[in-house]
Design a protein around this ligand. Structure first.
Ligand SMILES: Nc1ncnc2c1ncn2[C@@H]1O[C@H](COP(=O)(O)OP(=O)(O)OP(=O)(O)O)[C@@H](O)[C@H]1O
Length: 231
């Protein structure tokens, strides 16, 4: 289980997270919803070590992650699918996947077959450059690259952003399959309410750097939850 306790995060004098606490359980999809700029990506930067926290603690399966560099967190099983995908455009699909080998021991450095069962299009495009893929294909590649690292928790930042509906469905199915077949924890940040309602086991709503609502996905339809999600 990922356990985040009383975390604050600043960019210079600007505070992006205010004393945030939450849990993401193994075998569950935990979804953080919120409008633009409320601090969702900052929360994931805190979890993955991309930005230092000002205060608070973060642990995964009992082991503290505090102060650990991102690649060490990857070795601990934290897999990250960043916003905007961050595919290497000039590397091939295969080479992009192989960048996921970095935190692995030599014996583990292979691409698991089930990645191609989840995203068959990647197998047919192994020799193509990342930059030649569509946005949806790049998103699938970004998820696959994170899976190559053999994560115990998969952290996804707005995987539906700018993606066509049919691929959003494929990504949703893949996320559910990963939860059910591997028992990994999945932490998903989203603005797309229907996607979260469909997938999440537990939801949090963030507003201005703090959580303002927490509950099962059914509670997203209450007036107070909707108030924090409408623009
Ligand atoms: N590198 C940075 N330097 C300064 N301020 C930043 C930086 N990154 C984010 N912020 C600010 O921190 C706040 C939270 O941003 P964050 O990216 O975490 O929000 P978000 O909920 O993920 O939004 P989006 O959906 O647009 O990605 C915003 O006010 C943003 O302008």
């Amino acid at each position: 289980m990922l356990n985040v306790e009383n975390v604050s995060l600043h960019y210079g004098a600007a505070q992006a997270l205010r004393d945030v606490s939450f849990k993401a359980e193994m075998g569950k999809i935990t979804c953080v919803l919120g409008r633009n700029g409320v601090g969702k990506s900052s929360l994931l930067r805190a979890v993955t070590g991309q930005h230092p926290v000002t205060s608070g603690t973060i642990s995964f399966n009992g082991a503290p992650l505090d102060g650990m560099a991102p690649f060490r967190r990857a070795k601990q099983g934290v897999g990250y699918v960043p916003q905007g995908r961050e595919i290497f455009p000039l590397l091939t699909v295969k080479e992009n996947l192989e960048t996921g080998f970095a935190p692995l021991r030599r014996a583990q450095r292979s691409i698991p077959d089930d990645i191609f069962s989840l995203f068959p299009v990647l197998q047919t495009m192994l020799g193509r450059r990342g930059g030649d893929l569509s946005g949806g294909q790049q998103q699938q590649l970004a998820i696959a690259r994170a899976l190559v690292t053999r994560p115990k928790i998969l952290v996804l930042d707005e995987p539906t952003e700018g993606i066509q509906p049919s691929i959003i469905k494929d990504i949703g199915r893949a996320i559910k399959y990963l939860r059910d077949s591997t028992g990994m924890a999945i932490l998903l940040v989203e603005q797309y309410l229907d996607f979260c309602r469909e997938l999440a086991d537990h939801v949090y709503i963030m507003d201005r750097g703090a959580f303002v609502h927490e509950g099962p996905p059914e509670t997203l339809d209450t007036p107070q939850a909707r108030r924090h999600l409408t623009v």
